[in-house]
Design a protein around this ligand. Structure first.
Ligand code: HEC
Length: 273
């Protein structure tokens, strides 16, 4: 579009009604199409999830701007209206950038778990294994799979506490030994421990579901001497109130939506030191 067109239009219709010249409409349309193609191409390239998101948001913002400026006529509007609009966009952008930096730079330990803690959950994290508090071959196999991915790096593939990442000031537990354990060597207790970790070196796994944590607990205990036997009280503490039911009868178990408070406090004190 030439400046001449624009000027003429303004002159003819004043500020109230701006009619878009055909050439401007065409170039705007072409610009939007090109941006759409760019979006599609960009979505196929893996820049790391957060950068893909940023890029998509940036392109979408440019497109929205083109629409408001030309199709909605903001470009030809009063200077005050334009100032108000642009500053509000800037305002929102600031919020988005601040929020995004927060979300994308958080350490995973700090992520708020949104999965259900206890057996209220049936899916979302691995197989739906019935009666997960019992050390069935099925749950042990599931536990081994998760252990090899998440835990072997510190605790070692054989559970001897000698993985490549075991050079910590506090040694990762050797599961073949029953000594020096901080928690009772029992599935329900480890299940709860995995939610919080043991600060500062044993990480929390609150992002895993209950079945996952049962699997890990059984598997870890299977390396060493026979674990402490569960009773009604220990099982009830993790939401299993009726052992005759496959899901432990915990239909209405409370949902975990936060990191445990004592863990948060420990981390807070630690970071203040
Ligand atoms: C970054 C290394 C690291 C990773 C990864 C890790 N641990 Fe640990 N773990 C430790 C350390 C260190 C300790 C000892 C903590 C202490 O005594 O303060 C420990 C202790 C434990 C204990 C003993 C708890 C007790 O009461 O004494 C269990 C059980 C355990 N880890 C299970 C796991 C499981 C299951 C995973 C994987 C889901 C895992 N750990 C991943 C470092 C790690």
């Amino acid at each position: 579009m030439s400046h001449h067109d624009n000027h003429k239009d303004d002159h003819e219709f004043g500020d109230l009604h701006h009619t878009l010249s055909k050439s401007t409409t065409r170039s705007t349309l072409v610009a939007l199409l090109i941006l759409t193609i760019v979006t599609v191409i960009a979505s196929r390239i893996d820049l790391g999830s957060s950068w893909n998101f940023m890029l998509a948001m940036a392109i979408a913002s440019v497109k929205a701007l083109v629409v408001t400026m030309y199709f909605m006529g903001l470009k030809f509007d009063h200077i005050e209206n334009r100032a108000i609009f642009y500053s509000s966009v800037l305002f929102i952008l600031t919020f988005i950038i601040l929020t995004a930096t927060d979300i994308f730079t958080r350490h995973s330990d700090w992520q708020v778990g949104t999965r259900d803690v206890f057996l209220a959950q049936k899916s979302g994290s691995g197989p739906n294994i019935k009666r997960p508090w019992e050390a069935s071959p099925e749950i042990l196999a599931h536990g081994k799979k998760l252990y090899d991915i998440n835990c072997a790096v510190c605790h070692g593939a054989e559970g001897k506490g000698d993985g490549p990442g075991s050079g910590l000031p506090i040694k990762p537990r050797n599961f073949h030994d029953a000594v020096a354990w901080k928690n009772i060597r029992r599935g329900s207790d480890l299940n709860t421990m995995l939610l919080k970790g043991i600060a500062p070196y044993m990480p929390a796994y609150a992002q895993l579901g209950s079945t996952d944590r049962w699997g890990l607990s059984h598997y870890v205990l299977s390396f060493g001497p026979a674990p402490v036997v569960e009773d009604g009280k220990s099982l009830a503490a993790v939401g299993i109130v009726d052992t005759t039911k496959d899901d432990g009868g915990a239909g209405g178990a409370p949902k975990q939506r936060q990191i445990p408070i004592d863990f948060a406090v420990k981390r807070y004190i630690q970071s203040a030191k």
